[in-house]
Design a protein around this ligand. Structure first.
Ligand SMILES: Nc1ncnc2c1ncn2[C@@H]1O[C@H](COP(=O)(O)OP(=O)(O)OP(=O)(O)O)[C@@H](O)[C@H]1O
Ligand SMILES: [Mg+2]
Length: 261
């Protein structure tokens, strides 16, 4: 099992969009993929056709002691979706206290699913530092940091690096961090300049392509689906596929040294 934590220091950069579309791309390559929502916004499920009025999810299941199997949905594109679920404010705080006090909660819950070595879990998280991000990084095999090519994203990179250093890097099975630049409009000179600086700063850790700004992304969400499903010939869908191939190579590179050892 490979656990990918999709994170960002800043909000609204495209974590949920990337988590959903990369899940779809990886599932289309034949891997079993679980898209898991650790964000109380409970929005990841919207990309996979989970009914809007469904309140089920991992928060509710955890509080009531039910197994996650009871809140796993067969989403479109063959992706298994575990929503956060809809909970009242008191229950949300109880749930957050629970996972804060049990740092191994996610690792343990995933182990209980008895997934195969090749199965992939993509975890969507809220922006910035929170108990959810700490939990996701504590279970992660790989962290995917989503950034925009703007000054605010650039300035916030060290904040997420510190979280990764603290919660993920000390574990021997953690395979590293990759960066994806989203919502690129190549017609803007500032975007091109910031992109250049980001590539210099992040070197080999950055996805060599970009995810373009594409109005199909929000159209797909309005239709309860991924862009991969909604408009496979669009620019951003091609970007997501290229990003998925890069991510798979990064995951395989993590496994390689251990299989040799
Ligand atoms: N490549 C893109 N092209 C066009 N629109 C995009 C793209 N990526 C994301 N968006 C839009 O940007 C908005 C924010 O995306 P998303 O919800 O995925 O970000 P997020 O990082 O998960 O946000 P949050 O921090 O609130 O969880 C959404 O309206 C989404 O449709
Ligand atoms: Mg989100």
């Amino acid at each position: 099992m490979k656990v990918i934590a999709v994170v960002s220091a800043k909000g609204g950069v495209g974590k949920t969009t990337l988590a959903a579309n990369l899940a779809s791309v990886l599932a289309s390559s034949g891997r079993r993929v679980i898209a898991l929502d650790l964000d109380p916004q409970n929005a990841l499920r919207l990309h996979f056709g989970v009914p809007l009025d469904s309140i089920d999810g991992l928060s509710r299941a955890t509080l009531s002691g039910n197994p996650w199997q009871s809140v796993m949905f067969d989403g479109i594109d063959g992706v298994t979706v575990v929503p956060y679920g809809a909970v009242l404010e008191d229950d949300r705080r109880r749930f957050e206290t629970h996972i804060d006090q049990h740092p191994q909660w996610l690792t343990q819950s995933l182990q209980n699913l008895r997934l195969d070595a090749n199965d992939i879990v993509i975890v969507d998280t809220p922006p910035g530092s929170s108990t959810y991000v700490r939990t996701a990084l504590t279970a992660a095999t790989f962290a995917l940091n989503i950034v925009l090519a703007d000054a605010a994203s650039y300035a916030a990179i060290p904040q997420m690096e510190r979280l990764i250093e603290t919660y993920a890097a000390p574990r021997p099975e953690f395979g590293g961090v990759g960066y994806v630049i989203n919502q690129i409009d190549q017609s803007r000179q500032l975007t091109k300049d910031v992109l250049k600086v980001l590539r210099q700063m992040l070197g080999a850790r950055i996805f060599p392509g970009v995810i373009h700004l594409d109005e199909g992304v929000s159209e797909a969400l309005a239709c309860d689906t991924t862009l991969i499903h909604y408009d496979p010939l669009s620019q951003a869908a091609a970007d997501f596929r290229a990003c998925g191939a890069w991510l798979m190579a990064a995951l395989d590179a993590i496994a390689a040294p251990r299989s040799v050892a």
